[in-house]
Design a protein around this ligand. Structure first.
Ligand code: FES
Length: 547
């Protein structure tokens, strides 16, 4: 007798006593490990989505894990019948936005002046010798997102991209959003989140076609929590009102002059040169992080005469508006709905997610699925499409009420994918937070949407949105197509610029210092904007505009 085990979509027959690690290997799935099944590295995590009761009881080495997460080397099949489904923390299988596109050509030629230089065989950082080598000099740019991580390896002498990699953030066992990770880190000593991410990054770096010891600088961007966790900072204060990173608190107290962070390669636990410098780009606030700062560099905001906005829609939407003279920023607590969280058949933008929806005249839905495989759920861009179609056809009104109250809309009946009125409420609130953020920032700036020259949509979700659908339901301002530019992963682009140019990095530090941060929750009209933003209609500028 055997148990059917499906791991990362591959099925095998597993026998009682067999560890999930060994079963995965048998199925041809590589599980990350640094300790070779000793239960020490904590990298071999799997998420069990079905059949949890068919596994052995958690061991002491798994005490740090909750929910459906297990260490695959520590947990064994304990039944001789049934079905187990699980998945590893995946590497590059998500639709991770690795690249940026449609960014403006820099106003000034992009200088190649990295902080790491060579003098014969002496390798210098800011003029100080840190190593001797005649091999090429490399640098690493890392975008540490809550859900995904993107890494680029660059030759610092030529500026060329040597390799890149993307992976799912393995810290998922500590919760899917920033607040749960803060809670997890505060409650579990030992920097487990940092160590896990460092372990996964190590595997990615070791797979690059170079000697990792030739990496002399790493530039890390990411939201404030991800960045601070990586630099072993306490993130507790980011989770408490007024939501400030420890670096902001220290800067306000005069104990530091920048919110950027640095540490050595040795301390970072990465397999880069031990004397390498690891630089965490500056953050703007507890919820407007180094990723948003990097986006400003990517769109060359320091030299921008036009009025532009850049918005990265996610669990926490980050918004920056301005030009070379004045910059405003805000974060909008949108929640996980647009990433598929809290939605009946919602899922992230993985293979199997419905990403396109069209409502046909006969009332059925025509769908497009990522990877062309059978549908497993609907991701954010599919949900935006779906709601836009329902509004267009009059099947849902502006208030998000279905034409037939309580109806269960069968989106893909063959795979039991459906959509409920209660799902609309979750999405309405996520949208309401984004719109309120837009309205508050524009109001404080004293401008209207129509004053904007360019509206950049950054990030993976923004990249895959349809402009028409997004405008129709009021997810983005009601602007003409020509003004809306989808730029993909601008944060990693900004990280690369900061890696390749000391001048640009200084420009970034100076720019971050003069950003004016709008706190949405203290704005008197926030709630009105939020309620209005929950409606499914095109969003216009507020009537009252501050001077
Ligand atoms: S392989 Fe290291 S903890 Fe399981």
């Amino acid at each position: 007798m055997s148990t059917s085990l499906t791991i990362n979509g591959r099925q095998i027959d597993a026998v009682p006593g067999q560890s999930l690690f060994d079963a995965a290997t048998q199925a041809g799935v590589r599980v990350p490990t640094s300790c070779v099944k000793q239960g020490k590295c904590r990298e071999c995590i799997v998420e069990v989505t079905a059949g949890m009761s068919l596994l052995s009881a958690p061991t002491d080495r798994e005490r740090h894990l909750t929910g459906n997460f297990r260490l695959s080397c520590q947990c064994a099949v304990a039944s001789d019948a049934g079905e187990i489904h699980c998945q590893t923390m995946r590497r590059g299988q998500m639709r991770i936005e690795r690249h940026a596109l449609n960014l403006p050509a820099s106003h000034a030629p992009m200088p190649l002046d990295p902080t790491v230089t060579r003098d014969g065989d002496r390798i210098l950082i800011d003029g100080e010798e840190i190593a001797r080598s005649s091999a090429p000099i490399h640098g690493l740019a890392v975008d540490l997102g809550t859900t995904t991580i993107v890494v680029r390896l660059l030759n610092l002498e030529t500026g060329e991209l040597v390799a890149d990699a993307s992976l799912e953030n393995p810290q998922r066992f500590g919760g899917s959003d920033v607040m749960s990770r803060i809670h997890y880190d505060t409650g579990h000593p030992g920097r487990l989140l940092m160590r896990t991410v460092a372990g996964y990054l190590t595997h990615a770096i070791e797979d690059f076609p170079i000697d990792p010891a030739t990496i002399y600088e790493v530039v890390v961007v990411g939201n404030s929590t991800m960045r601070d966790l990586f630099f072993r900072q306490s993130v507790y204060s980011i989770g408490q009102n007024p939501y400030r990173s420890i670096t902001e608190i220290e800067m306000a107290a005069g104990r530091r002059t920048t919110t950027s962070l640095t540490q050595t390669g040795r301390r970072s636990l990465l397999p880069v040169h031990p004397n390498a410098r690891v630089y965490g780009a500056p953050i703007i606030s507890g919820h407007v992080g180094a990723d948003a700062a990097a986006c400003m560099l990517a769109i060359d905001l320091a030299h921008e005469d036009r009025l532009v906005a850049i918005m990265d829609i996610g669990t926490n939407t980050e918004l920056i508006v301005g030009n070379r003279d004045r910059i405003f920023a805000a974060s909008c607590p949108a929640g996980p709905a647009f990433e598929g969280g809290a939605i009946s058949c919602g899922m992230p933008g993985l293979e199997g997610a419905i990403e396109d929806v069209r409502l046909c005249d006969d009332g059925s839905f025509q769908i497009g699925v990522i990877g062309g495989v059978p549908a497993e759920g609907i991701c954010g861009s599919g949900l935006v499409d779906l709601m836009s179609e329902l509004v267009r056809a009059g099947r849902m009104n502006e208030m998000g009420r279905f034409e037939h109250a309580g109806e269960r809309l069968a989106i893909d009946p063959g795979h039991d994918i459906f959509f409920l009125e209660s799902d609309v409420n979750e999405l309405a609130q996520a949208k309401g937070a984004n719109v309120a953020g837009l309205q508050v920032v524009f109001n404080q700036y004293g401008i209207r949407f129509s004053d904007l020259d360019v509206f950049y949509l950054a990030g993976g979700f923004g990249r895959h949105l349809k402009k028409d659908a997004s405008r129709r339901i009021g997810l983005i301002p009601n602007l003409p197509d020509a003004k809306i530019v989808q730029v993909g992963n601008a944060a990693i682009e900004g990280a690369c610029i900061a890696l390749l140019s000391k001048t640009k990095r200084e420009e970034l530090e100076a720019m971050v210092r003069r950003v004016e941060h709008c706190r949405l929750e203290t704005h008197p009209d926030f709630f009105d904007y939020f309620v209005d933003g929950c409606q499914f209609k095109p969003v216009e500028s507020p009537e009252r505009v501050a001077g």
